[in-house]
Design a binder for this molecule. Sequence first.
Ligand code: NI
Ligand code: MN
Length: 224
Amino acid sequence: MPLTITFLGHSGLLLTDGSHTLAVDPFLTGNPVATHTPGDIRCDTIALTHGHADHLGDTIPIAQANSATVIAPFEVCEYLGEQGIDQTEPGNPGGRIDTDFGHVAFTPAFHSSSYEGRYMGPACGLVIEMGGHKVYHAGDTALFSDMRLIGQIAKPTVAFLPVGDRFTMGPELAALAAEYVAPKYAVPIHYKTWPLLTSDISAFKPKGVAVREMEPGQTWQVPD
Ligand code: NI
Ligand code: MN
């Protein structure tokens, strides 16, 4: 089955192989660029990079409406459990969780993670295996040289990299990140959502990696 990815805006994705659908960081309510509402999302699994509100987003109503399993850092799962979400798969960087569609693995990310003042564990990136592809979603992070290792191990077809600066890498450092990870395609995320994040990503020009910009709501069938 081919892999199809819909960009939900900011850092949100919907990935499907035709039989399973995974939502990543589904932040829709309060997201000025979102084209979907929580009620539009049909998925069996949700994966979260960290606990910040612009990533945890609408996880609770979407999980409830779909009886979806939530894969997230341990402390995020503890919090979700207290909110009545008990179908969770907690993890931590270095760990991999096998799923019906493939797997979701947690990678390190250099970033904070909290929700309404509460510590939410480490911020993570995710490596997702689905539809015969690996997808690296870097979460929110600074540039770090071990992204090379993530690229070597995962050999991702696509990498979703934050480029918006201030809270994450900006476009120049994200270009270096794309060269370290060396996917076929790099998709810039986490930019121009608000004025605090840059909207000029003209410096995002990694060597040897195709840049594919996606507009919120846009769907892309990843070439095999
Ligand atoms: Ni964050
Ligand atoms: Mn963020």
